[in-house]
Design a protein around this ligand. Structure first.
Ligand code: ADP
Ligand code: MG
Length: 552
């Protein structure tokens, strides 16, 4: 046997723990949902692995979560008979931060966001146990292993790890014992624990029981799958609570979609659109987070059940017809999954369109959070572009603080206007002040103000909307001649001005030489004397800037 080893936490873990302990965040209850959700994950992982290796279950096939409280000893224990952890896994999982989301969380705190607010919105996982415990003792045995390990930490000075001793070792799975701090002894009370489970964990898909010293176990939750129940039996609170567990977030779902598909393929879908941006939203991997189940058995949470540009959705897809013994290979190229993916994508888009009609304010909230992600679809998914064009919203020179649709834009076209004009810029204020807009303002022509990085990509590849091509106002000729000014006649220069202008243009060309490809007069300006424009073909200036940033 190896002796006790002492390890330091990774620097990021120390920072996170310091935040947890010193945060003024008042709802410490949340730690229990985190631990129960980890325990449920561990059970589901084992159930999945046991499909191929039934021996892993041994004679204990009833996967369950057991809570035990001891008010006298001031302890609360969360135990599961799931997959468990090896020594290396304990070190890796409970001593480092691997998740990009948590790293982004720390970065947000570093940038001045209130940690207490963030803790209240995003799941911070296992480490939240240190909000209530002065010492955490984790004893775990990986399924099939003959050695169990104990991890002990006060959340300040790193952790110790040693072989588990005697009867502290579970036959399989993980026991987490919290030695509660003086402010948190209420978590050793049955009533408190029961209330928290009822509030936050009543619908985890693994049963939860509570045991009190010397008494019978009491079931707190039966572990049945919420998504398999009829909609009419599910309360709003139950959906919300399930959302919390499946997303790991603490916000309210902005939209809930629950349906059962029956036909060629049979499956249940329970999807949520969050109201807050998850921290990994712009992670380069652009991973989705839907969980795939097959007949109530968790299979994987890294299958692309939606395109990348819908990666903000959270929830569950449970198939009735896939085989349980799906290999990784089969998950990647499976026609049933392909059909499901198509259908769920269509459903989510049509529900978003419906919401935009029925509850504009709610839709605006979703658009505010996820519009930039949805717009990636305009660029990547030509097949879905028309559907997306129905829901995309824009700030324009006519929108004020509200937003406009492309349909709104087209309905407001001016006499002889054949194009949809846009301006790419870094931010709306800068966009609105651009001299390129003067001639358009004079003609009452609306211009889309595109300020998300993704805009530069889709707007150049989309062919147009309702036969109207997209045209950058900073590129090529402005072709505004045919569109009448709003409150003045088009000024006709007298002979002297006209000759003077020709001479000025010639002189400027001479002075600027190779630095420009052309100098010309333009009616895109009204009060500014000049502006730079990009050539008709080739990249827009803003697009060039974005590309340079990506490469740099
Ligand atoms: P997350 O659950 O989002 O991955 P956590 O901080 O909650 O993050 O947990 C970190 C990791 O520790 C988990 O991903 C898992 O690998 C491991 N873990 C935590 N609790 C358990 C448990 N009860 N059984 C097995 N592994 C666990
Ligand atoms: Mg977790």
């Amino acid at each position: 046997d190896r002796p006790t080893e002492t390890h330091a936490f990774q620097a990021e873990v120390s920072r996170l723990l310091h935040l947890m302990v010193h945060s003024v965040y008042s709802n410490r209850d949340i730690f229990l949902r985190e631990l129960i959700s980890n325990a449920a994950d561990a059970c589901e992982k084992l159930r999945y692995l046991a499909l191929e290796t039934p021996a892993l279950l041994g004679d204990d096939g009833n996967l369950a979560i057991t809570l035990a409280a001891d008010p006298a000893a001031k302890t609360l224990t969360v135990a599961d008979n799931g997959i468990g952890m090896t020594r290396d896994e304990l070190i890796e999982n409970l001593g480092t931060i691997a998740k990009s989301g948590t790293k982004a969380f720390l970065k947000a705190v570093g940038e001045g966001a209130k940690s207490s607010n963030l803790i209240g919105q995003f799941g911070v996982g296992f480490y939240s146990a240190f909000m209530v415990a002065s010492r955490v003792v984790v004893t775990s045995r990986r399924a099939g292993s003959d050695q169990a390990w104990t991890w002990i930490s006060d959340g300040i000075n790193g952790y110790d790890i040693r072989p588990a001793e005697g009867d502290e070792a579970p036959a399989r799975g993980t026991v987490i014992r919290l030695e509660l701090n003086d402010e948190s002894t209420t978590y050793a009370d049955e009533a408190t624990v029961e209330r928290i489970v009822e509030t936050y964990s009543a619908h985890v898909p693994v049963p939860v029981t509570f045991v009190k010293a010397g008494e019978d176990a009491k079931a707190l939750s039966d572990g049945s799958a919420l998504w398999a129940k009829p909609k009419s039996e599910i309360t709003k609170e139950a959906y919300k609570e399930f959302y919390g567990n499946v997303s790991g977030q603490w916000d309210e779902p902005a939209m809930t979609i629950h349906y059962k598909a029956e036909g060629r393929h049979e499956y249940s879908v329970l999807l949520f659109v969050p109201s807050m941006k998850p921290f990994d939203l712009f992670d380069p991997a652009r991973k989705g987070h839907l969980k795939l189940y097959v007949r109530r058995v968790f299979i994987a949470d890294d299958v692309d059940l939606l395109p990348h540009w819908l990666r903000f959705a959270r929830g569950v897809v449970d198939s009735e017809d896939l085989p349980l013994n799906l290999s990784r290979e089969m998950l990647q190229h499976n026609p049933v999954l392909e059909a499901i993916r198509k259908n769920v994508t269509s459903r989510l888009l049509s529900e978003l369109a419906k919401l935009a009609e029925s509850d504009a304010a709610k839709f605006a909230e979703i658009w505010e959070a996820f519009g930039p992600v949805l717009k990636e679809g305009l660029y990547e998914d030509a097949e879905r572009r028309d559907e997306l064009f129905k829901i995309v919203r824009f700030r324009t020179t006519a929108s004020g603080e509200a937003t406009r649709t492309l349909a709104d834009y087209v309905a407001g076209l001016k006499e002889n206007q054949t194009k949809i004009y846009y301006l790419l810029a870094d931010d709306p204020a800068r966009a609105a002040a651009s001299p390129h807009l003067e001639g358009f303002a004079g003609r009452g022509v609306e211009v889309l103000l595109l300020t998300d990085p993704v805009d530069a990509f889709w707007v150049r590849t989309a062919l147009g909307f309702e036969g109207k091509p997209f045209q950058s106002v900073t590129q090529g000729a402005s072709d505004l001649d045919a569109i009448p000014l709003v409150d003045a006649a088009e000024p006709t220069p007298d002979a002297e001005t006209a000759t003077g202008t020709v001479a000025l243009v010639a002189r400027l060309k001479e002075l600027l030489g190779d630095k420009v490809s052309d100098v010309r007069t333009s009616n895109r300006l009204a009060s500014s004397p000049s502006c730079l424009v990009a050539p008709e073909y080739g990249p827009d200036k803003q697009f060039e800037k974005i590309m340079a940033r990506h490469q740099g």
